[in-house]
Design a protein around this ligand. Structure first.
Ligand code: ADP
Ligand code: MG
Length: 620
């Protein structure tokens, strides 16, 4: 097979030793675990035979999970944490959506939920959920678990991935890999095993879950899944379909207002009806003393507005990926809500093909994770390993607030890149390394991931020091940055562990802006570079004047001052042409001054040297 093969630490070398690895889909509304059994990926049930664990934890007198925690959502909402995934790797300032919780902690730190059982961070809560699934797997398999693959949304950034990895470690899991959810779904369908690997293939993964919608376009090329584009809505999912049914029912029954209790009752009935419609042609909705019949066609009409929204996102990601419908080899359905015929029909109609849905859409991500986990733990010696890619570009800040990209978006990971930088000022003894993530050219438009200072650079002239900066992204997409001054050997490094991360809206915005502003950014970059160059020119001149101003006569000094002031004024503007012109003018004088200095240093003879230059140049 032509796929790339990489050895992982912990990979078994003994050929016949079978090791146990699990795949976990840590979902916003539901989580589940799967593993390989007799060559087949299987989802694991709890003692009651349930596969989906509602991602809910109640911290009351004791800790209650999943289905059992559900009643507390209304009885004790403050102590009952649902959808904790939305909080992973985020700071308080990132959390702009509504929620019933009391959050503690610093504004720009990951917050903690205030509960009866004390402060609980999103990482701890996710760890508690993961522990449940680990225990379930352990008692079901009756063997120790050697490793796990945990899935994350494709748009998850460094901080969100790091938080997920931390949670898994806290749960006592040996994390083999964090895997993108759409990639996992593609693996479940064996789309990485297609025989004709000579040509690239494009896949659409349409994921409509309980409260979120994600669509990703993946390209499978030479053993690597590349994310071409992602899009979605953080507040569009099965819950919204339920709300639309309730709205319709209220109209049918001419009900104006519902009490909270009535509304909750209607929502439960609506959800049940919606789910039954995936089996039956029509269903009866029991609403208090009323009964309504809902058929598939009516349901389809009711939810059309939500479907239209998902399709318009699909159109946008197709545009972002620069693909047409004919370029798409398969469409994969993911998420419980795609069980509704109205949903799968809408997807089929838009993409003009029958989507893949033979694997349960709410289990497919965990299945793909289990297959990948089995490969990574080394049970399939022949098995090739698929690689993932970085979701956003990684770079660092250079002079003028510009971003120097070291690793661009969609680079296959693991990866390491090294680049040399130098000092800007004479005698500069420290250098600030500011690591950023995003697609734009200016630091202010990207996300700051972390900073550190390389101290102890020996005093040298500007541009002499050789500072080697290395970016290393491991297989989970986690970044470590190090810097080394090579002439002296001083070193500094950090693992990027920011206390907060990007929201997925931010993520999409950054990606889209990267496309939209490409031209404008080029202009801005040019402007910044011109300004940096000009500043450098002024700095150098200042130093020279400090040393040798006495070599110039009054008129010469005056011309130099005028040109200098003119440039300084132009630097306050955004006018590239004017700045460039002012730099050129100043250079005429400063070059002449440099020549004068040189001559003076050689033989102290000033007269007769390049005086023409002074008279040739005209001031504005
Ligand atoms: P997430 O990945 O966001 O945690 P899921 O993929 O588990 O969520 O999807 C949950 C949603 O799927 C819920 O809104 C639920 O009502 C819906 N759902 C589950 N089963 C069905 C079904 N048979 N028909 C229609 N919708 C369903
Ligand atoms: Mg999901």
């Amino acid at each position: 097979m032509a796929l790339l093969q990489i050895a992982e630490p912990g990979q078994s070398s003994a050929p016949h030793e079978h090791r146990i690895a699990i795949g976990i889909d840590l979902g916003t509304t539901h989580s589940l675990v799967a593993t390989m059994r007799s060559g087949q990926a299987k989802v694991l049930q709890d003692e009651q035979g349930r596969v989906l664990l509602p991602s809910i934890v109640h911290y009351g007198h004791e800790v209650v999970f999943g289905e059992e925690a559900k009643p507390f959502l209304t009885q004790d909402p403050k102590n009952t944490i649902a959808s904790v995934k939305r909080f992973m790797g985020r700071s308080q300032t990132d959390i702009k959506f509504q929620h019933p919780y009391e959050l503690m902690g610093e504004e720009n730190q990951m917050p903690a939920f205030q509960t009866t059982l004390g402060a609980k961070t999103p990482v701890e809560i996710s760890a508690d959920l993961l522990k449940q699934l680990k225990d379930r797997a352990q008692s079901s398999i009756q063997q120790p678990i050697n490793g796990a693959v945990i899935t994350v949304p494709a748009y998850f950034d460094e901080a969100q991935r790091q938080a997920t990895r931390d949670a898994a470690q806290l749960a006592g899991l040996n994390v083999l890999r964090l895997l993108n959810e759409p990639t996992a779904a593609a693996v479940a369908y064996g789309l990485d095993q297609e025989s004709s690997l000579t040509t690239d293939r494009n896949y659409v993964i349409y994921d409509l879950g309980g409260g979120t919608f994600d669509v990703s376009i993946l390209r499978f090329s030479k053993g690597v899944f590349e994310v071409l584009a992602t899009g979605g809505h953080t507040a569009l999912g099965g819950d919204d379909l339920d709300r639309l049914i309730v709205k319709w029912a209220k109209q049918q029954l001419h009900l104006e207002q519902l009490t909270d209790v009535e509304y909750a009752h209607f929502m439960i009935a609506a959800r049940r009806a919606k789910e039954q419609l995936s089996e039956a042609e029509n269903v009866d909705l029991q609403l208090l003393e009323h009964t309504l019949t809902l058929d598939r066609a009516t349901f389809s009409n009711i939810i059309q507005v939500a479907l239209d929204r998902t399709i318009s996102v699909c159109k946008r990601v197709m545009r972002d990926a620069k693909l047409s419908l004919a370029d798409i080899h398969n469409v994969v359905l993911v998420g419980g809500s795609t069980r509704s015929f109205a949903v799968s029909n809408a997807v089929a109609a838009f993409f003009e093909q029958t989507p893949l849905c033979s694997i349960n859409p709410d289990e497919v991500v965990a299945i793909g994770a289990a297959i990948t986990a089995d490969q990574l733990i080394g049970n399939r010696q022949d098995g090739a390993l698929l690689l993932d890619v970085t979701p956003l570009s990684l770079g660092l800040e250079t002079m003028g607030g510009l971003v120097e990209r070291l690793i661009s978006r969609n680079t296959a990971i693991p990866v390491a890149r090294r680049q040399e930088f130098t000092t800007y000022q004479d005698g500069q003894s420290a250098m600030l390394i500011h690591v950023v993530q995003g697609e734009r050219d200016l630091v202010e438009h990207c996300r700051s991931l972390g900073r550190f200072v390389l101290h102890g650079i020996p005093p040298m002239t500007a541009g002499q020091a050789r500072i080697e900066v290395t970016f290393q992204v491991d297989a989970d997409g986690l970044l470590a940055v190090s810097a080394k001054e090579t002439t002296s050997g001083v070193e500094a490094s950090i693992d990027i562990k920011p206390s907060y991360g990007l929201s997925d809206q931010d993520m999409q915005r950054l990606l889209l802006e990267g496309f939209e502003y490409a031209e404008q950014d080029k202009q801005l970059r040019h402007l910044q570079e011109t300004k940096v160059e000009a500043q450098r020119e002024l700095e150098a001149l200042q130093q020279a004047l400090k040393a040798d101003a006495a070599l110039l006569n009054q008129a010469q000094l005056q011309s130099l001052e005028t040109a200098k002031n003119h440039l300084q004024n132009q630097l306050q503007t955004q006018d590239i042409k004017a700045i460039e012109h002012a730099v050129e003018q100043l250079k005429v004088y400063s070059d002449a001054f440099a020549a004068v200095r040189m001559n003076s240093h050689i033989d102290h003879a000033l007269k007769g040297t390049k005086l023409d230059d002074w008279s040739n140049s005209t001031s504005e």
